[in-house]
Design a protein around this ligand. Sequence first.
Ligand SMILES: NC(=O)c1ccc[n+]([C@@H]2O[C@H](COP(=O)([O-])OP(=O)(O)OC[C@H]3O[C@@H](n4cnc5c(N)ncnc54)[C@H](O)[C@@H]3O)[C@@H](O)[C@H]2O)c1
Ligand SMILES: [Zn+2]
Length: 367
Amino acid sequence: MVTIQIQTQDHSYPVYLGEGLRYQVSKLLSKNYHNILVISDDTVAQFDYVKDVVSSLTSNETNIYTYIIPSGEASKSLEQFGNIQTFAIENQLDRHALILAVGGGVVGDIAGFVAATFMRGIDYVQVPTTILAHDSSVGGKVAINHPLGKNLIGSFHQPVAVIYDLETLHSLSLNEKRSGFAEVIKHACIADENLLHKLMNEVRSFNDLSNDILYDSIGKGISIKAKIVEQDEKEHGVRSFLNFGHTLGHALETEAGYGELTHGEGVAIGMVFAAKLSHREFGANPLPEGFVDWLYQLGYRFDIVRKLDVPTLIEQMKKDKKNSHGTIRMVLVEKIGQPSLVPIDEHVLKIELEQFQKEVVRYVKGI
Ligand SMILES: NC(=O)c1ccc[n+]([C@@H]2O[C@H](COP(=O)([O-])OP(=O)(O)OC[C@H]3O[C@@H](n4cnc5c(N)ncnc54)[C@H](O)[C@@H]3O)[C@@H](O)[C@H]2O)c1
Ligand SMILES: [Zn+2]
């Protein structure tokens, strides 16, 4: 097991990373709680991870309650939020209770937001079970969706610990591994050239991700995110670098329609496009040779770019939170590990996106 300590303005918390940690949750908590509410989703529960966590907590002095939401983004809703609060009140949880989120980013986000608001804020611990959650479980952003937009209702609430059991990641579908891994690649692109080369050399498929690779990529991904969040907890500056690949990525995700493109697939395409703009801005391609082919071999697909309407994508990109006074701003990389936030002229964006649509034919065919 390794421990990564995260320092925020108000407190510091450990991220434990290891194998079989779901059996040791009780030992890893820094204090005893009389009431614990475990929140998870029905897919994660099928794999017995919830049962394992609950067994590790069982003692005579602890009341343990379990709330299972349906798996999927639709559960990050006001309705589920209300239901969980009602469940917590009915079971007489108090200010000293703990919420334990066992699952991916959906469970972490809604459970974290319940913890942020129940009795004006109680402790919560993340037990992430997806690769993507190496990103979402660190940094303290918690939120639910509104019918009018994603993550519109939320807060900053840091967990008291993150307990990451790498064994749970092997049951993820290839699609979910691919989605989560895009965020590892993103972390490497904005902060660690060596990590990027290592990943390109060692990860050739998601069928056989070894625990060694998971340790390394998730550990380094968390450390990179933590360093940025420590400098800018509330996203006034450098935290926006974590959005590399997300301006186009989010627009693609929205326009492709629910279920068509995972978050990470959108981010992967978005990173390649951001690199293209970086080339234009800084005069050289920041990506290592073979990067796009590598993504293609890993199963990231680019077809969607050709099917979508450029003006509609630009309208979506205009809604991005990094924009300022109507100007689109994107995270570009002059070199791997050197990100910056750059205003992009709408006209330039149109030309580059149209060109990208043509270039992408090569990636679509894998040549
Ligand atoms: N708070 C943040 O800083 C932050 C950052 C990035 C993303 N997010 C949020 O994270 C969410 C996406 O997270 P996600 O990709 O983890 O989605 P998710 O939680 O929906 O998990 C993806 C799917 O995998 C299943 N699953 C989870 N663990 C599993 C396991 N071990 N084995 C088999 N199946 C498993 C889930 O049931 C779900 O169907 C989005 O809502 C996004 O907004 C938040
Ligand atoms: Zn993301």
